[in-house]
Design a protein around this ligand. Structure first.
Ligand code: 5MM
Length: 343
């Protein structure tokens, strides 16, 4: 492992004013998104959609540091035969790859999941590196369900262990691991419970990363923010979310980690931007804080595009807009009126 090179890639992923486009939806997930806009999901429509995004020059060159791809996309060519991965590289962005193979029910832990995909991961990483991937992503999913006493320490432990195994294998293959332990915001829990569970998950995850000798300087953390569950009927102010999230991260994430790139987790586009912006207005942060959004970057371009070639420019404009808003938020320079002006 060459740590200086890993650190250089990690720093570039969180370069000032830039963040990550999470375009790594598995085929079932992108099919769900396409169904919502009335588009049939085929190899070709998935390719066309992703090509549209990777050709949105202003987004890709100014605001996006890297793109997380799904296995299918990393091997696909654009309509004119250019490999999609080349479009990303030509824009000056870094190609990344989702390497987990989804979740399975965790035995003896009803309602809980474990992320799988460690078997043959070392071989797969070699192939992805040869194809141009310089970072990877693995997502662990932790649900909160107070009635079911979820999450259990078993689920937190096995998922953290897998994140540690994955991260160590990535670094051995000279690939920067994005470590994503996602605590879902779907439940009826309040912000205190989200704060408490996420703190526990992050602490156990970093224990595992240390145990498995992962170099913190050569990784990126992708966490959820501290927010109330969607079904709680409770709201938290932008400042409260920002203050709680930064407090939680300061207690759990060593300053050696170059950057934290948040998931959006089902927040609205503007909420995700406003929360990131408010965090970046807090002084003396030990790491760079930016975005690694999937839905909060793509919902608007998906709708504008709606599978029609005549809408490609509109889809690209929508992506450029969201990427610019989040770029400003990553510097604490976003203002709500910029959204209205664009509308
Ligand atoms: C883009 O969605 C990613 C892939 O999900 P599946 O494996 O379930 O298809 C997902 O991992 C994503 O990278 C993160 O959760 C962040 O996305 P959001 O939409 O939460 O910002």
């Amino acid at each position: 492992m060459n740590l200086a090179d890993l650190n250089e890639v990690a720093q570039a992923m969180v370069a000032p004013g830039k963040g990550i486009l999470a375009a790594d939806e598995s085929s079932p997930t992108i099919t769900k998104r396409f169904n919502a806009i009335g588009v049939t999901s085929t190899d070709e429509s998935r390719r066309d959609y992703r090509e549209m995004m990777f050709r949105a020059a202003d987004a890709m060159t100014k605001y996006i540091s890297g793109v997380i791809l799904y296995d299918e996309t990393i091997w696909q060519n654009a309509k004119d035969g250019t490999p999609l991965i080349k479009l990303i590289e030509q824009a000056g962005a870094i190609p990344g790859i989702k390497v987990d193979e989804g979740t399975q029910p965790l035995p003896a832990c009803p309602g809980e999941l474990v992320t799988v995909g460690l078997d043959r991961l070392a071989e797969r990483l070699k192939k992805y590196y040869a194809q141009g991937a310089r970072f990877a992503k693995w997502r662990a999913v932790i649900d909160i369900n107070t009635a079911g006493r979820i999450p259990s320490m078993t689920a937190i432990g096995v998922n953290a262990h897998a994140l540690g195994r994955y991260a160590a294998l990535c670094q051995a293959a000279q690939i920067v691991p994005i470590v994503e332990p996602e605590v879902l915001m779907d439940g009826d829990h309040d912000i205190d419970r989200c704060f408490e569970v996420t703190t526990r998950v992050l602490n156990v995850t970093f224990q595992e990363l240390r145990k498995q000798r992962v170099a913190l300087e050569g990784m990126i953390l992708k966490p959820n923010m501290a927010v109330p569950g969607k079904k709680s009927g409770k709201n938290a102010s932008v400042e409260e979310v920002a203050e709680r999230t930064v407090r939680m991260l300061k207690a759990c994430v060593p300053a050696a980690v170059p950057g934290i790139a948040f998931l959006s987790g089902g927040q609205s586009d503007e909420e995700a931007t406003a929360h990131l912006d408010a965090m970046n207005r807090i002084d003396n942060l030990p790491w760079r804080l930016t975005f690694s959004y999937g839905r909060a970057l793509q919902a608007a371009p998906q709708k504008a595009w709606s599978g029609k070639s005549e809408n490609v420019a509109a889809g690209q404009r929508a992506l450029i807009h969201r990427a610019r808003m989040n770029s400003l938020a990553s510097k604490g320079e976003w203002r709500a009126d910029l959204e209205e002006k664009a509308a």
